[in-house]
Design a protein around this ligand. Structure first.
Ligand code: ATP
Length: 411
């Protein structure tokens, strides 16, 4: 078991991890989730003794990592798949690690087989694709057949087949009774892999619960109702009747209605009393991704802004009128968009939609869920005097992998 108590890490003024306490138990996959820069890697490094906590402690099986007897045989980790001497072959990289830890050489071939790298075992790792590098990192983690495994973003760079393979591997390792701790940004992936979740934001604990509990605690139930498409007046009639009965009704894009605040049988009775036929009445829950976005929305360090394309606009031809913007469609870019002062933000994404480059504002929680600015029920009590994490500068562009164009020919 991994146990953190009051774990804190400061780098100068920057508080990367603050007062984190959690346990990672054997026999389960525990997902470690948080937005970019929330402190996942720092926490993992402290678990592995690669960074010293500023305060608090973290132990594996009761020992801090540096004091753990025979640590390489007890704990395996994938932290940075690129941390490999590129001039070495996959096999000699693993052989070096094995020799350092007193692991027999035959184990190297076993793990190369487990991760599907036998064919390229004697090739230099600098020619490996991102996915092959991840596989090599996973092989290194498995080398000592450890009971405790830590994986930092193990599906980074893997194709769908590779992702499925990692998912099944994690589950199989946990089913053998091992402690499996996996960090990820992707709630959707964790929903399929993890049994338990630890969610952090700005270095602090936001949630520590089973995946099932996370879903029911964070997602609002709602009903979807569809009236006959051919009779729009029935939809209007039902909307009025449901609103009058205290329901909250929102139109869905496909013409259905999303209803909160009324149980399904009541919706059915109201529709019956209003003489409205239904084509659909079904129970739903907001997705796990939605719940995660809502939980971490106050703890996101990096947000995109709208691309104003300053200096890139071409002047209108003399006498020409700009075309009318069509909501929801890409705008032709040959005319100057109005400035925000003149006409708002011409390219602003609707609330809840991702920004042009993916990192948009999370949904505002319109279905009865806590919205922005509301207290988070899973947040720890306000710490006495945490460093207000200063907005960090934009992160540097990630180093290009050795050869992204190379197909993942390792399977
Ligand atoms: N050696 C360091 N010196 C200074 N600041 C650091 C150092 N390592 C991490 N940080 C800062 O601590 C914070 C947490 O970083 P960390 O890498 O642990 O986050 P993360 O959740 O793993 O992020 P990502 O998902 O983007 O990998 C970030 O703001 C980061 O800039």
């Amino acid at each position: 078991m991994i146990e953190a108590v009051g774990l804190t890490k400061r780098y100068g003024d920057k508080t990367a991890v603050y007062n984190l306490s959690f346990q990672v138990r054997p026999g389960a996959v525990t997902g470690f989730l948080g937005p970019n820069g929330s402190g996942k890697s720092t926490t993992m490094r402290m678990i592995l003794g690669l960074d010293n906590p500023t305060a608090g402690q973290v132990t594996i099986g009761g020992y801090p990592y540096p004091k753990l007897p025979n640590a390489p045989r007890q704990v395996g980790a994938l932290l940075d798949a690129k941390a490999v001497h590129g001039g070495r072959s996959a096999r000699s990289h693993l052989l070096c690690l094995a020799q350092l830890s007193g692991i027999p050489a035959r184990r190297v071939d076993e793990v190369l087989g487990v991760v599907g790298l036998q064919e390229v075992a004697r090739k230099r790792s600098k020619g490996f694709s991102l996915g092959m590098g991840q596989r090599l990192g996973i092989a290194a983690a498995l080398l000592g057949d450890p009971q405790v495994l830590l994986f930092d973003e193990p599906v980074n760079g893997l194709d769908p087949e590779g992702i499925l393979w990692v998912r099944n591997l994690m589950k199989a390792l946990a089913a053998e009774g091992r402690t499996v701790f996996v960090s990820s940004h992707l709630m959707s992936e964790m929903a399929l892999t993890a049994d338990h979740l630890i969610v952090i934001g700005r270095g602090q604990l936001l949630a520590d619960m089973s995946v099932t509990d996370f879903i029911s605690a964070n997602s609002a139930d709602f009903a979807r109702v569809r009236t006959p498409d051919t009779e729009p007046q029935l939809r209007e009639k039902l909307t009025s009747a449901l609103t009058e009965a205290g329901g909250h009704v929102l139109p869905e894009q496909d013409g259905a209605l999303r209803i909160t605040g009324l149980p399904l049988p009541r919706i059915s009775d109201i529709a019956h009393d209003a003489d409205v036929r239904l084509w659909e009445l079904s129970p739903h829950q907001a997705s796990l991704e939605e719940a995660y976005m809502r939980m971490t929305q106050g703890a996101v360090d990096y947000r995109s802004t709208i691309d104003q394309k300053s200096g890139l606009m071409q002047p209108l031809p003399p006498g020409a009128q700009p075309p009318m913007p069509v909501p929801g469609q890409g705008q032709p870019d040959w005319y100057a968009p109005p400035s925000p002062q003149e006409g708002g933000q011409p390219f602003a994404m609707p609330q809840g939609q991702p920004g042009p480059y993916g990192a948009g504002q999370p949904p505002a929680g319109p279905y009865g869920a806590p919205g922005a600015g509301q207290p988070n029920p899973y947040a720890q009590p306000a710490p006495a005097a945490p460093q207000a994490p200063a907005a960090p500068p934009a992160p540097p562009a990630p180093a290009a992998p050795a050869d992204l164009t190379k197909p993942e020919d390792a399977r």
